[in-house]
Design a protein around this ligand. Structure first.
Ligand SMILES: [Mg+2]
Length: 382
């Protein structure tokens, strides 16, 4: 039996290419918890657990993710069967309530290790890929309409993205709608425009917001009201033509079932980290499919590592009606993988190697490691 010998964690703090302005925080750095699992046969697996804006997005922070893994998950898993990812999921669920991102980080490393030992991509462990590439949206979140328009025109020109998600909710509703209108008008039919409010509106604000947004040609609104207001989400879903997407309210399959049963969304933003791992995310996907909802592959702005893991799963999903936003590595000012994920022709390519299909650049990990000595002599900034 191949056992789990060691689980190591490190937090890396990587600067973003620009301030990423969200309704609840402005990100200038992304902090990712990287996990390395060492197995008894000498093989290894890598995983990532990342959240958005420190502790402003959800109840887990980079520090809590690392602490939960080091203090509770690692000691419980050491010595157990490395090939039984389901066994590890069961044990983690038994010993640790919540903390889905921490569990996801470890689970990804276990899938990666298993895939590498079997010499197959993780997608094959989920039944096999049906896509070799997936469309990928870009988020416009500079906080300034003109800057966003220039940024959008550049990435359309370079055929990197033509689907844009605008982060709104920080300013008054009327100003946000005017901001969206300005961008839609400038880009016209060359782009699909969606918005993410990150829970910032009350139901009354959301009614005005959705009415205004659909009038200016915006196609989808993500989590307009707080996650716990599922009744309000249901009212907005049935009250307007614009598609309503659930994000922060979707923390695993139980939430997915409640949202589907309550008709509280048209679309699921499925996030691996928020779901609690690849297995739980696949269950969220199944519930969305069974309910006839639209699907979208969401991101926690992971580095290339977590993004590659998500790509392995989403490559197995036949119909992703709203595409993906798996652009995390493009928001970072530097690459921590030895080979970058490939973005071209408005798509991201699914890595094809064994496991999740990517490897870390250890020098970069050492350079960005929190508390570590920044010693790398020549860090190439992209
Ligand atoms: Mg969101």
């Amino acid at each position: 039996m191949t056992t789990i010998d060691k689980i190591e964690t490190v937090i890396v703090d990587v600067p973003t290419i620009r301030g990423h302005v969200l309704s609840m925080a402005t990100m200038k750095t992304q902090s990712a918890v990287l996990v390395r699992v060492r197995f008894s046969d000498g093989s290894e697996g890598i995983g990532e657990g990342t959240t958005i804006g420190g502790l402003s997005y959800c109840p887990e922070s980079p520090e809590s993710i690392q602490s939960v893994i080091d203090t509770y998950i690692a000691p419980a898993l050491i010595g157990s069967d490395g090939d039984s990812v389901n066994g590890a999921i069961h044990l983690m669920d038994k010993l640790v309530q919540g903390n889905r991102i921490a569990k996801a980080a470890v689970e990804i490393a276990l899938w990666d290790g298993l895939g590498k030992r079997l010499n197959v991509p993780v997608s094959q462990l989920f039944g096999g890929a049906v896509h070799s590439r997936l469309p990928v949206a870009w988020t416009l979140a500079s906080g300034n309409s003109e800057t966003d328009i220039t940024e959008a025109q550049q990435v359309i020109e370079s055929k990197r993205h033509n689907i844009f998600k605008l982060k709104i909710g920080k300013r008054p509703v009327r100003e946000d709608v005017a901001h969206v209108a300005k961008i839609k008008q400038a880009l016209g039919d060359a782009a699909s425009i969606r918005v993410d409010v990150n829970q910032a509106w009350s139901l009354a604000e959301a009614r005005w917001g959705l009415k205004g947004l659909q009038e200016v040609g915006c196609e989808l609104v993500e989590q307009p009201v707080p996650a716990r207001y599922r009744g309000a989400m249901a009212e907005l879903t049935s009250g307007y033509e614009i598609a309503v997407m659930a994000d922060e309210t979707l923390n695993g399959p139980e939430d997915a079932l409640a949202v589907a049963a309550g008709k509280s969304a048209d679309v699921f933003a499925v996030k691996v980290a928020q779901s609690g791992g690849l297995r739980r995310a696949s269950e969220v996907i199944a519930i969305g499919q069974a309910a006839g909802l639209g699907l979208y592959a969401g991101t926690m702005l992971e580095t290339g590592l977590g993004t590659a893991a998500a790509l392995q799963l989403f490559s197995t999903v036949e119909k992703l009606d709203w595409g993906t936003e798996l652009f995390g590595p493009l928001l970072l000012n530097d690459e921590i993988l030895s080979d970058s994920l490939r973005y071209r022709d408005f798509c991201v390519e699914i890595p094809s190697g064994p496991g999740i299909g990517v490897a870390l650049d250890q020098d970069k990990v050492d350079f960005y490691r929190r508390g570590g000595k920044k010693s790398l002599k020549a860090v190439s900034m992209k």
